[in-house]
Design a protein around this ligand. Structure first.
Ligand code: S3P
Length: 365
Protein backbone atom coordinates (compact mmCIF):
# COMPACT_ATOMS: atom_id res chain seq x y z
CA UNK A 1 0.00 0.00 0.00
CA UNK A 2 1.33 3.47 -0.87
CA UNK A 3 0.98 6.25 1.65
CA UNK A 4 0.52 9.96 1.03
CA UNK A 5 1.53 12.66 3.46
CA UNK A 6 0.38 16.23 3.00
CA UNK A 7 2.26 19.25 4.29
CA UNK A 8 0.16 22.41 4.44
CA UNK A 9 1.43 25.51 2.63
CA UNK A 10 0.25 29.04 3.29
CA UNK A 11 -0.56 29.94 -0.33
CA UNK A 12 -0.67 28.75 -3.95
CA UNK A 13 0.66 30.75 -6.86
CA UNK A 14 1.11 30.24 -10.57
CA UNK A 15 -0.51 28.87 -13.72
CA UNK A 16 -2.20 25.47 -13.76
CA UNK A 17 -3.49 23.52 -16.71
CA UNK A 18 -5.41 20.54 -15.43
CA UNK A 19 -5.95 17.49 -17.72
CA UNK A 20 -8.60 17.30 -20.45
CA UNK A 21 -12.34 17.18 -19.79
CA UNK A 22 -13.46 13.62 -19.18
CA UNK A 23 -17.00 13.97 -20.53
CA UNK A 24 -15.78 15.63 -23.72
CA UNK A 25 -12.93 13.11 -24.13
CA UNK A 26 -15.35 10.15 -24.11
CA UNK A 27 -17.50 11.86 -26.71
CA UNK A 28 -14.52 12.75 -28.92
CA UNK A 29 -13.46 9.10 -29.09
CA UNK A 30 -17.01 7.84 -29.68
CA UNK A 31 -17.91 10.39 -32.36
CA UNK A 32 -14.46 10.15 -33.97
CA UNK A 33 -14.95 6.38 -34.11
CA UNK A 34 -18.34 6.81 -35.79
CA UNK A 35 -17.33 9.51 -38.28
CA UNK A 36 -16.33 9.27 -41.90
CA UNK A 37 -12.62 10.15 -42.20
CA UNK A 38 -9.89 10.93 -39.70
CA UNK A 39 -10.65 12.94 -36.57
CA UNK A 40 -7.72 14.64 -34.87
CA UNK A 41 -8.06 15.10 -31.10
CA UNK A 42 -5.86 17.32 -28.94
CA UNK A 43 -6.03 17.56 -25.16
CA UNK A 44 -7.61 14.11 -24.67
CA UNK A 45 -7.82 12.91 -21.07
CA UNK A 46 -5.83 9.68 -21.04
CA UNK A 47 -7.33 8.35 -17.81
CA UNK A 48 -8.61 4.81 -17.44
CA UNK A 49 -12.27 5.63 -18.08
CA UNK A 50 -11.60 7.19 -21.47
CA UNK A 51 -9.22 4.36 -22.38
CA UNK A 52 -12.08 1.89 -21.79
CA UNK A 53 -14.16 3.84 -24.30
CA UNK A 54 -11.27 3.78 -26.78
CA UNK A 55 -10.77 0.02 -26.39
CA UNK A 56 -14.49 -0.60 -26.93
CA UNK A 57 -14.59 1.56 -30.07
CA UNK A 58 -11.51 -0.27 -31.41
CA UNK A 59 -13.15 -3.64 -30.75
CA UNK A 60 -16.08 -2.46 -32.88
CA UNK A 61 -13.89 -1.53 -35.86
CA UNK A 62 -12.69 2.05 -35.37
CA UNK A 63 -8.94 2.75 -35.72
CA UNK A 64 -7.80 4.83 -32.76
CA UNK A 65 -4.11 5.64 -32.20
CA UNK A 66 -1.99 8.17 -30.37
CA UNK A 67 0.67 9.77 -32.58
CA UNK A 68 4.23 10.75 -31.60
CA UNK A 69 2.98 14.35 -31.68
CA UNK A 70 0.70 13.58 -28.71
CA UNK A 71 -2.46 13.90 -30.82
CA UNK A 72 -5.02 11.13 -31.05
CA UNK A 73 -6.28 10.05 -34.46
CA UNK A 74 -9.58 8.22 -35.00
CA UNK A 75 -10.41 6.64 -38.31
CA UNK A 76 -14.15 6.12 -37.96
CA UNK A 77 -16.48 3.55 -39.48
CA UNK A 78 -18.35 6.22 -41.50
CA UNK A 79 -21.10 4.66 -43.60
CA UNK A 80 -20.17 1.13 -42.53
CA UNK A 81 -21.49 -0.76 -39.57
CA UNK A 82 -19.76 -2.11 -36.48
CA UNK A 83 -18.03 -5.48 -36.44
CA UNK A 84 -19.10 -7.95 -33.74
CA UNK A 85 -16.56 -7.71 -30.92
CA UNK A 86 -14.65 -10.93 -30.30
CA UNK A 87 -14.67 -10.48 -26.51
CA UNK A 88 -16.65 -8.67 -23.80
CA UNK A 89 -16.61 -4.86 -23.89
CA UNK A 90 -15.08 -3.87 -20.56
CA UNK A 91 -16.33 -0.50 -19.30
CA UNK A 92 -14.15 -0.61 -16.17
CA UNK A 93 -15.40 1.91 -13.62
CA UNK A 94 -16.96 4.22 -16.17
CA UNK A 95 -20.70 4.95 -16.15
CA UNK A 96 -20.32 7.36 -19.07
CA UNK A 97 -18.65 4.68 -21.22
CA UNK A 98 -21.32 2.10 -20.37
CA UNK A 99 -24.39 4.29 -20.84
CA UNK A 100 -23.27 6.21 -23.92
CA UNK A 101 -21.89 3.07 -25.58
CA UNK A 102 -25.29 1.40 -25.18
CA UNK A 103 -26.73 4.23 -27.27
CA UNK A 104 -23.92 3.91 -29.81
CA UNK A 105 -24.35 0.12 -30.09
CA UNK A 106 -28.15 -0.01 -30.17
CA UNK A 107 -28.40 0.90 -33.86
CA UNK A 108 -26.02 -1.76 -35.17
CA UNK A 109 -27.20 -5.30 -35.86
CA UNK A 110 -24.63 -6.97 -33.62
CA UNK A 111 -24.65 -8.64 -30.25
CA UNK A 112 -22.19 -7.45 -27.61
CA UNK A 113 -21.68 -8.27 -23.95
CA UNK A 114 -20.79 -5.39 -21.66
CA UNK A 115 -19.02 -5.82 -18.33
CA UNK A 116 -17.68 -3.46 -15.67
CA UNK A 117 -15.87 -3.47 -12.34
CA UNK A 118 -17.61 -4.17 -9.02
CA UNK A 119 -18.77 -0.57 -8.55
CA UNK A 120 -20.10 -0.14 -12.10
CA UNK A 121 -21.89 -3.50 -11.83
CA UNK A 122 -23.97 -2.09 -8.97
CA UNK A 123 -25.06 1.06 -10.85
CA UNK A 124 -28.52 1.43 -12.42
CA UNK A 125 -28.70 0.92 -16.18
CA UNK A 126 -32.50 0.74 -16.66
CA UNK A 127 -32.53 4.50 -17.16
CA UNK A 128 -30.84 3.84 -20.54
CA UNK A 129 -32.21 0.34 -21.21
CA UNK A 130 -35.83 1.57 -21.05
CA UNK A 131 -35.69 4.23 -23.82
CA UNK A 132 -33.35 2.15 -26.00
CA UNK A 133 -35.75 -0.80 -25.71
CA UNK A 134 -38.57 1.50 -26.92
CA UNK A 135 -36.37 2.22 -29.92
CA UNK A 136 -36.05 -1.50 -30.73
CA UNK A 137 -32.78 -2.68 -29.13
CA UNK A 138 -32.93 -5.76 -26.88
CA UNK A 139 -31.12 -6.18 -23.58
CA UNK A 140 -30.38 -9.09 -21.27
CA UNK A 141 -29.16 -7.32 -18.13
CA UNK A 142 -28.19 -8.83 -14.78
CA UNK A 143 -30.71 -8.61 -11.95
CA UNK A 144 -32.02 -5.12 -11.30
CA UNK A 145 -30.96 -3.82 -14.72
CA UNK A 146 -27.22 -3.98 -14.03
CA UNK A 147 -24.02 -5.05 -15.78
CA UNK A 148 -22.95 -7.52 -17.04
CA UNK A 149 -25.49 -7.30 -19.83
CA UNK A 150 -25.88 -8.50 -23.39
CA UNK A 151 -27.16 -6.04 -25.96
CA UNK A 152 -28.71 -7.02 -29.31
CA UNK A 153 -28.76 -4.02 -31.63
CA UNK A 154 -30.75 -3.60 -34.85
CA UNK A 155 -29.84 -1.73 -38.01
CA UNK A 156 -32.82 0.59 -38.05
CA UNK A 157 -34.10 1.77 -34.71
CA UNK A 158 -37.46 3.47 -34.27
CA UNK A 159 -37.41 7.19 -33.50
CA UNK A 160 -39.06 8.09 -30.18
CA UNK A 161 -40.15 11.14 -28.27
CA UNK A 162 -38.93 10.78 -24.70
CA UNK A 163 -39.21 12.96 -21.62
CA UNK A 164 -36.23 12.34 -19.33
CA UNK A 165 -37.51 11.13 -15.94
CA UNK A 166 -34.19 12.12 -14.29
CA UNK A 167 -31.84 14.97 -15.10
CA UNK A 168 -29.07 12.95 -16.75
CA UNK A 169 -26.76 13.91 -19.60
CA UNK A 170 -25.75 10.28 -19.90
CA UNK A 171 -29.31 9.17 -20.62
CA UNK A 172 -29.92 12.09 -22.98
CA UNK A 173 -26.68 11.33 -24.84
CA UNK A 174 -27.43 7.61 -25.19
CA UNK A 175 -30.79 8.43 -26.82
CA UNK A 176 -29.26 11.07 -29.12
CA UNK A 177 -26.55 8.66 -30.26
CA UNK A 178 -29.13 5.94 -30.90
CA UNK A 179 -31.26 8.57 -32.69
CA UNK A 180 -28.51 8.86 -35.30
CA UNK A 181 -29.42 5.35 -36.46
CA UNK A 182 -33.22 5.64 -36.14
CA UNK A 183 -35.89 5.87 -38.78
CA UNK A 184 -37.34 9.38 -38.39
CA UNK A 185 -36.80 12.14 -35.87
CA UNK A 186 -36.02 11.40 -32.21
CA UNK A 187 -36.97 14.08 -29.68
CA UNK A 188 -35.80 14.36 -26.09
CA UNK A 189 -37.51 16.60 -23.58
CA UNK A 190 -35.41 17.62 -20.59
CA UNK A 191 -37.08 19.68 -17.91
CA UNK A 192 -33.76 20.43 -16.20
CA UNK A 193 -30.92 21.36 -18.54
CA UNK A 194 -27.96 18.98 -18.28
CA UNK A 195 -24.48 19.21 -19.83
CA UNK A 196 -24.81 19.55 -23.60
CA UNK A 197 -21.40 18.30 -24.76
CA UNK A 198 -22.98 15.63 -26.97
CA UNK A 199 -25.14 18.19 -28.77
CA UNK A 200 -22.20 20.59 -29.22
CA UNK A 201 -19.90 17.90 -30.51
CA UNK A 202 -22.46 16.31 -32.84
CA UNK A 203 -22.83 19.75 -34.44
CA UNK A 204 -19.04 20.07 -34.72
CA UNK A 205 -19.15 16.77 -36.67
CA UNK A 206 -21.72 18.32 -39.04
CA UNK A 207 -24.85 16.70 -37.61
CA UNK A 208 -28.02 18.79 -37.77
CA UNK A 209 -29.94 19.11 -34.52
CA UNK A 210 -32.96 21.15 -33.50
CA UNK A 211 -32.24 22.66 -30.10
CA UNK A 212 -34.92 24.41 -28.07
CA UNK A 213 -34.90 25.46 -24.41
CA UNK A 214 -36.13 22.03 -23.27
CA UNK A 215 -36.22 19.93 -26.45
CA UNK A 216 -33.59 18.44 -28.71
CA UNK A 217 -34.44 16.64 -31.95
CA UNK A 218 -32.19 14.60 -34.21
CA UNK A 219 -33.02 13.06 -37.59
CA UNK A 220 -31.73 9.55 -38.17
CA UNK A 221 -29.49 8.57 -41.07
CA UNK A 222 -26.96 11.41 -40.76
CA UNK A 223 -23.28 10.51 -41.25
CA UNK A 224 -20.72 12.31 -39.10
CA UNK A 225 -17.90 14.11 -40.91
CA UNK A 226 -14.47 13.82 -39.25
CA UNK A 227 -13.11 17.07 -37.82
CA UNK A 228 -10.50 18.43 -35.40
CA UNK A 229 -11.47 18.47 -31.72
CA UNK A 230 -9.56 20.49 -29.14
CA UNK A 231 -10.58 19.41 -25.63
CA UNK A 232 -10.68 21.98 -22.81
CA UNK A 233 -9.21 21.35 -19.36
CA UNK A 234 -11.73 19.65 -17.09
CA UNK A 235 -13.69 22.09 -14.88
CA UNK A 236 -14.26 19.22 -12.41
CA UNK A 237 -10.48 18.84 -11.97
CA UNK A 238 -9.95 22.62 -11.92
CA UNK A 239 -12.33 22.82 -8.96
CA UNK A 240 -9.76 21.30 -6.56
CA UNK A 241 -6.82 23.76 -6.92
CA UNK A 242 -9.47 26.49 -7.16
CA UNK A 243 -10.98 25.72 -3.76
CA UNK A 244 -7.54 25.15 -2.19
CA UNK A 245 -6.52 28.61 -3.39
CA UNK A 246 -9.73 30.27 -2.25
CA UNK A 247 -9.18 28.91 1.25
CA UNK A 248 -5.62 30.24 1.59
CA UNK A 249 -4.97 33.97 1.85
CA UNK A 250 -2.40 35.48 -0.57
CA UNK A 251 -3.04 32.73 -3.12
CA UNK A 252 -3.29 33.75 -6.74
CA UNK A 253 -3.57 31.14 -9.44
CA UNK A 254 -4.69 31.14 -13.05
CA UNK A 255 -6.35 28.02 -14.38
CA UNK A 256 -5.81 27.91 -18.14
CA UNK A 257 -8.04 26.70 -20.98
CA UNK A 258 -10.78 25.56 -18.60
CA UNK A 259 -14.16 24.47 -19.97
CA UNK A 260 -16.66 27.19 -19.03
CA UNK A 261 -19.79 25.67 -20.54
CA UNK A 262 -22.59 27.23 -18.41
CA UNK A 263 -24.10 23.75 -17.97
CA UNK A 264 -20.91 22.68 -16.17
CA UNK A 265 -20.09 25.91 -14.34
CA UNK A 266 -22.57 25.70 -11.44
CA UNK A 267 -19.79 25.39 -8.85
CA UNK A 268 -18.07 28.54 -10.09
CA UNK A 269 -21.35 30.50 -9.92
CA UNK A 270 -22.01 29.18 -6.42
CA UNK A 271 -18.51 30.04 -5.20
CA UNK A 272 -18.94 33.59 -6.56
CA UNK A 273 -22.22 33.87 -4.59
CA UNK A 274 -20.24 32.71 -1.55
CA UNK A 275 -17.95 35.74 -2.03
CA UNK A 276 -15.11 33.96 -3.85
CA UNK A 277 -12.90 36.12 -6.04
CA UNK A 278 -13.01 34.40 -9.45
CA UNK A 279 -12.55 36.17 -12.79
CA UNK A 280 -12.98 34.68 -16.27
CA UNK A 281 -10.56 35.92 -18.93
CA UNK A 282 -9.97 35.39 -22.68
CA UNK A 283 -13.19 33.42 -23.14
CA UNK A 284 -13.67 31.91 -26.61
CA UNK A 285 -15.76 29.20 -28.24
CA UNK A 286 -14.02 26.07 -29.56
CA UNK A 287 -16.09 23.28 -31.16
CA UNK A 288 -19.17 24.83 -29.55
CA UNK A 289 -17.62 24.81 -26.04
CA UNK A 290 -16.67 27.94 -24.09
CA UNK A 291 -13.05 27.88 -22.95
CA UNK A 292 -11.17 30.47 -20.92
CA UNK A 293 -8.84 31.32 -18.06
CA UNK A 294 -10.04 31.57 -14.48
CA UNK A 295 -8.11 33.84 -12.18
CA UNK A 296 -8.54 32.80 -8.55
CA UNK A 297 -7.59 35.10 -5.67
CA UNK A 298 -7.65 33.53 -2.23
CA UNK A 299 -8.36 35.00 1.16
CA UNK A 300 -11.96 36.30 0.95
CA UNK A 301 -14.11 35.01 3.80
CA UNK A 302 -16.69 32.73 2.18
CA UNK A 303 -20.31 32.78 3.34
CA UNK A 304 -22.83 29.95 3.43
CA UNK A 305 -25.55 29.91 0.75
CA UNK A 306 -28.65 27.95 -0.29
CA UNK A 307 -27.79 26.37 -3.63
CA UNK A 308 -30.75 26.67 -6.06
CA UNK A 309 -31.97 23.16 -6.84
CA UNK A 310 -32.21 23.79 -10.59
CA UNK A 311 -28.44 24.45 -10.60
CA UNK A 312 -27.48 21.01 -9.30
CA UNK A 313 -27.19 19.33 -12.72
CA UNK A 314 -24.55 21.88 -13.71
CA UNK A 315 -22.37 20.97 -10.71
CA UNK A 316 -23.32 17.36 -10.01
CA UNK A 317 -19.69 16.16 -9.83
CA UNK A 318 -18.54 19.18 -7.82
CA UNK A 319 -20.82 18.84 -4.76
CA UNK A 320 -18.08 17.07 -2.72
CA UNK A 321 -15.58 19.90 -3.22
CA UNK A 322 -18.34 22.46 -2.62
CA UNK A 323 -18.89 20.76 0.77
CA UNK A 324 -15.21 21.37 1.57
CA UNK A 325 -15.54 25.07 0.66
CA UNK A 326 -18.79 25.26 2.68
CA UNK A 327 -16.98 23.80 5.72
CA UNK A 328 -14.80 26.91 5.82
CA UNK A 329 -17.63 29.38 5.11
CA UNK A 330 -19.34 31.60 7.60
CA UNK A 331 -22.87 30.22 8.13
CA UNK A 332 -24.75 27.20 6.87
CA UNK A 333 -24.76 25.97 3.26
CA UNK A 334 -27.81 23.98 2.15
CA UNK A 335 -27.75 21.77 -0.95
CA UNK A 336 -30.98 20.06 -2.08
CA UNK A 337 -31.90 17.70 -4.90
CA UNK A 338 -28.73 15.60 -4.75
CA UNK A 339 -30.09 12.05 -4.38
CA UNK A 340 -28.28 11.11 -7.62
CA UNK A 341 -24.99 11.35 -5.70
CA UNK A 342 -25.88 8.10 -3.97
CA UNK A 343 -25.67 6.15 -7.26
CA UNK A 344 -22.37 7.48 -8.61
CA UNK A 345 -19.08 5.51 -8.50
CA UNK A 346 -19.51 5.63 -4.71
CA UNK A 347 -22.23 7.02 -2.46
CA UNK A 348 -20.77 10.51 -2.53
CA UNK A 349 -23.18 11.83 0.11
CA UNK A 350 -22.21 9.29 2.76
CA UNK A 351 -18.53 9.54 1.90
CA UNK A 352 -18.53 13.34 2.31
CA UNK A 353 -20.55 13.16 5.52
CA UNK A 354 -18.12 10.58 6.97
CA UNK A 355 -14.97 12.37 5.84
CA UNK A 356 -15.98 15.85 6.92
CA UNK A 357 -17.46 14.66 10.25
CA UNK A 358 -14.13 12.98 10.97
CA UNK A 359 -12.52 16.43 10.47
CA UNK A 360 -14.93 18.01 12.98
CA UNK A 361 -17.32 19.60 10.45
CA UNK A 362 -21.06 19.66 11.25
CA UNK A 363 -22.78 18.03 8.28
CA UNK A 364 -26.25 16.50 7.99
CA UNK A 365 -27.54 14.43 5.08
C1 S3P B 1 -21.65 12.74 -17.31
C2 S3P B 1 -22.86 13.07 -16.76
C3 S3P B 1 -23.12 13.05 -15.32
C4 S3P B 1 -21.82 13.10 -14.52
C5 S3P B 1 -20.80 12.13 -15.04
C6 S3P B 1 -20.46 12.42 -16.48
C7 S3P B 1 -21.50 12.75 -18.78
O1 S3P B 1 -23.81 11.86 -14.99
O2 S3P B 1 -22.07 12.86 -13.15
O3 S3P B 1 -19.61 12.21 -14.28
O4 S3P B 1 -20.35 12.72 -19.27
O5 S3P B 1 -22.53 12.80 -19.47
P1 S3P B 1 -25.42 11.75 -15.10
O6 S3P B 1 -25.77 12.01 -16.49
O7 S3P B 1 -25.73 10.33 -14.69
O8 S3P B 1 -25.95 12.75 -14.12
Amino acid sequence: MTAATSHPVSSFNGYIRVPGDKSISHRAIMLGGLADGETLISGLLEGEDVMHTALAMRALGARIVKGDDGLWRCEGIGKHTFQTPTSDLDMGNSGTSARLMMGVLAGHAITARMIGDASLSKRPMNRVITPLTHMGAKFEPSEGGRLPLTLHGIDKLQAISYELPIASAQVKSAILLAGLRADGETTIIENTPTRDHTENMLQAFGVELKRGAQEISIKGGQVLEACAIDIPADPSSAAFPMVASLLTSHSKITLTRVGLNPRRAGLFETLKEMNANLTYKSVQSVNGELIGEIEVMGGNMLRGVDVPKERIASMIDEIPILCVAASFADGVTRIHNIGELRVKESDRLSMMAQGLSACGVKIET
